[in-house]
Ligand binder design. Sequence first.
Ligand code: AR6
Length: 168
Amino acid sequence: MLDIEVLEGDITTLKVDAIVNAANCSLLGGGGVDGAIHRAAGPELLQACIPLNGCATGGAKITPGFRLPAMFVIHTPGPVYRDGRHGEPTLLASCYQNCLKLAEENNCASIAFPAISTGVYGYPWAEAAAIAVREVREYPAQKVKKVIFCCFGNDMAGIYREALQKAE
Ligand code: AR6
């Protein structure tokens, strides 16, 4: 059984096998959680991202975690939310699936996700949380045993707890 936990705090402090970065398609850094991860990991992270040649929305690419307590960073560009009718739910689901796939391929037992697309990219929080919870619960994980939803703030943590309860 997969152990799913909602945690409130800064994802860069988590000592897990992999943390997920809500990146953009350039993979060259940005604001929000992306900026925090690059600052905490150190300049080596950008150097590792440059040769990856970016990433499509909904895809995922992996790098080492460098100065982070996490061993790996899995970078995934979430969709920019328009009105929910431009493929956003499928693309957001695909972020979670592709991150979990990479975690499995890299023998990660634990992974922490931020609330992808819910900041600058404007995805409605409850809808994004429902997708995150559904995709993690439905993923046929073998090596991944623990998933943390790392929420920035109490409001987001409450939304994730509710989404988890609804899914039970
Ligand atoms: N730990 C955990 N969650 C965080 C942290 C942190 N240290 N900092 C912010 N969050 P956002 P997006 C939360 O905007 O919407 C970047 O510039 C935040 O409160 O970081 O996917 C990229 O380069 C929110 O709930 O990512 C892209 O250009 C969530 O993380 C663009 O933003 C995601 O917010 C991606 O936008």
